[in-house]
Ligand binder design. Structure first.
Ligand code: HEC
Length: 138
């Protein structure tokens, strides 16, 4: 898994400096998270816990933000950086919880985790989305 993450980081690092209209690396990661969140909810709505587990696992294992973007984010947020990271950790842990619940066939626990996951996504967006998007645009 470590290797795969590193490969993803390497791939995502390449084009960001050149392209302006393309999604930023973080933006691409986020678009994938949106798709994965839809898999979790589709799975719950259709009683397909395998799909729910798949989406949750993908969120838990999402690629890292490329180092140059981490640097830009850290520069913008300064002492608030740990708070930003904490939002990501919260989402990560909830995704693991949902994946485990779905794999164990515990739909109720997966539903409860799903609600808290959405809250976690939205909490970071309310606090940082626009601010970070503006910094990464250039
Ligand atoms: C640690 C903070 C953080 C967390 C947690 C987070 N996001 Fe985001 N999200 C962002 C930021 C910052 C952007 C803006 C990225 C940009 O425009 O470069 C964003 C943008 C997005 C976008 C818009 C992408 C686009 O096309 O412009 C989607 C969709 C999204 N996030 C989904 C999610 C989902 C789903 C979750 C939870 C599973 C989530 N995010 C959790 C920070 C976060």
């Amino acid at each position: 898994m470590q290797t795969r993450v590193l490969v993803c980081v390497a791939l995502l690092s390449l084009p960001t400096a050149v392209l302006t209209d393309e999604p930023t690396a973080l933006q691409q990661i986020m678009q994938d998270l949106g798709d994965n969140l839809a898999e979790i909810s589709d799975g719950l709505l259709n009683h397909d816990l395998e799909l729910t587990a798949k989406g949750a696992k993908a969120i838990a294992e999402h690629p890292k933000i490329p180092p140059e973007q981490v640097h830009l984010v850290a520069k913008e947020l300064g002492p608030e950086m740990p708070v930003f990271k904490q939002f990501d950790v919260r989402v990560h842990n909830l995704a693991l919880e949902i994946s485990a619940a779905a794999t164990a066939g515990d739909r109720e626990a997966a539903v409860s985790g799903f609600h808290r996951l959405v809250d976690g996504c939205i909490a970071c967006h309310d606090a940082y989305k626009d601010r970070i998007a503006a910094v990464l645009k250039n």
